[in-house]
Design a protein around this ligand. Structure first.
Ligand code: SF4
Ligand code: SF4
Length: 71
């Protein structure tokens, strides 16, 4: 049987981080398999051109401020 390996799981949405209340703990960065979360001491952003929407960051954020927004 032909096994199809799915490497991406793109959705018709984007990830939104409520940056104004982020405490920059770095937990989301640590679990991102694509290394697409950019974190400095005062800014955080996700490069959605490489994100595969695995949702690891959404699940791990201790204050639940990353969410998927569908458009
Ligand atoms: S959804 Fe997955 S790949 Fe995308 S930023 Fe979060 S942890 Fe990284
Ligand atoms: S896990 Fe949540 S609080 Fe921590 S850096 Fe990421 S978005 Fe900010």
């Amino acid at each position: 049987m032909n096994k199809k390996v799915k490497t991406t799981n793109r959705r018709n949405g984007r990830l939104l981080i409520r940056t104004e209340i982020c405490d920059f703990c770095g937990s989301c960065v640590a679990v991102c398999p694509m290394d697409c979360i950019e974190l400095t001491e005062s800014e955080i952003s996700i490069d959605l051109s490489i994100c595969d929407f695995c949702m690891n960051c959404v699940k791990v954020c201790p204050i639940h401020i990353i969410s998927e927004v569908t458009e």
